[in-house]
Design a protein around this ligand. Structure first.
Ligand code: ADP
Length: 393
């Protein structure tokens, strides 16, 4: 099935048109600076060179129209598209799995939007636009939280007063669920089913771990929002929650200032003082920059600690997988993390770790206590497969 996958943000709209059978990507791109001066679309076709199309994008509706016009210009008429998959960041208490778009399911995306205001409102608007513009094409909602919805209560419940938790729907929702689900699927296929307790390490500019037992999420490091857990590009990850009260009381910061600080000005960026991009930090560390060296040391320390936490939630693990920007590309950072787990017998084969490839591969030594793999993630394909499955029913 030919599926258009859409990932809308407050001022951007990423799209990818792919075939579920062959996995071929026909076109992909990003509408950037929607509603802001200097908007443009970066577009690629059939793996060719990226073109920059400078167009006015006053709102998401105009952006969607441009995307369909671009596809039409590439000879891909809307009626060849079998379905549209929408990535939704927060599914709240309504999406234990992906669902076909109806007035009711679209309403749910809006209802839970206060939990992810920067994403869900824009996503709901774009779903509505596609639903109205192309009534003959099925639309499907695929949320980042669905995979974690059925994790055990002891893992998702917060130790706050029950009435507060119930009133505000506070729990661990997690994120990156589509990626973790894909990683389980691909790893299981690659190892011919010989995997039961997997720690999936999605390390990109946003980063999370997931404990997956026989295909089910048992725990994950992100929480009510994606701020929790690992040290990320610009997010602080887990800190004492009283820090927020302290900054507001003693530092006179507003809620929004603390929110921005913890989401956009912290993490590797704050630690290194150089960049949020791990490549710049690796380079800085190699050149002797002490702050970059400490940023890496802390990243390895926290990530390995939380890997152990994920393993503990399953009472063991047989496999761990690295994925996303850092996980797929940085042999240095993979080694930095795995070296912290040497006490437990986890060991890389340095030669295998250095290999660059777009295919799943084992990088652990033969005598490692746990298999370590690199498996490239593909959230768009996972979304497209859900679209195909739901619309073929
Ligand atoms: P996201 O989807 O969350 O924006 P990605 O999974 O694309 O993130 O990861 C982006 C991050 O991965 C970059 O900020 C950088 O730190 C890291 N990264 C990407 N490519 C490489 C590479 N070739 N080598 C090392 N790190 C990389």
């Amino acid at each position: 099935m030919l599926v258009l996958v859409i990932n809308a943000g407050s001022s951007s709209l990423k799209y990818q048109l792919l075939d579920t059978k062959t996995r071929k990507v026909f076109a992909k791109g990003n509408c950037e600076r929607i509603g802001i001066d200097g908007s443009f679309i970066g577009h690629e076709e059939n793996g060719g060179e990226k073109q920059k199309l400078e167009v006015a994008l006053p709102n998401h509706e105009v952006a969607v129209k441009h995307v369909f016009q671009i596809l039409k210009d590439a000879d891909i008429d809307a009626n060849k598209i079998g379905g549209i998959g929408h990535r939704v960041v927060q599914g709240g208490w309504y999406f234990p799995e992906s669902k076909v778009v109806t007035d009711e399911t679209l309403g749910w995306v809006r209802e839970v939007a206060p939990l992810a205001p920067l994403h869900n409102y824009a996503e709901a608007d774009v779903i509505d636009i596609c639903h109205r513009m192309f009534p003959n094409i099925g639309n499907v909602i695929v949320t980042d939280t669905a995979f974690h919805y059925n994790m055990p209560e002891k893992a998702y419940r917060y130790a706050l007063p029950r009435d507060v938790v119930d009133k505000f729907h506070i729990r661990k929702y997690g994120a990156h669920g589509t990626s973790h689900r894909y990683i389980w699927r691909e790893t299981s296929k690659f190892l011919n089913g010989d995997v039961h307790q997997l720690v999936s390490c999605h390390l990109g500019s946003g980063a999370s771990l997931c404990a997956i037992q026989d295909g089910h999420s048992m725990d994950t490091t992100m929480g009510l929002t994606p701020l929790d857990g690992l040290i990320m590009g610009t997010r602080c990850g887990t800190i004492d929650p009283a820090t927020v009260c302290y900054l507001e009381r003693e530092g006179h910061y507003t809620v929004d200032q603390v929110d921005t600080m913890m989401n956009k000005q912290s993490g590797l960026l704050a630690l290194s003082g150089v960049s949020s991009d791990s490549r710049d930090i690796e380079k800085g560390a190699a050149e002797g920059n002490k702050n970059c060296q400490m940023a890496l040391e802390m990243f390895y320390y926290r990530t390995s600690q939380l890997i152990a936490e994920m393993a503990q939630s399953m009472h063991g693990f047989d496999t761990m997988v690295f994925t996303a920007g850092i996980g797929e590309n940085s042999d240095t950072m993979r080694k930095g993390i795995v070296d912290q787990l040497a006490w437990f017998g986890v060991k890389l084969d340095d030669r295998k770790n250095a290999v660059r490839s777009d295919d799943p591969r084992i990088i652990s030594a033969d005598d490692s206590s746990v298999k370590v793999l690199v498996v490239p993630t593909n959230e768009e394909l996972m979304i497209a497969l859900d679209v195909e499955e739901l619309l073929s029913k």
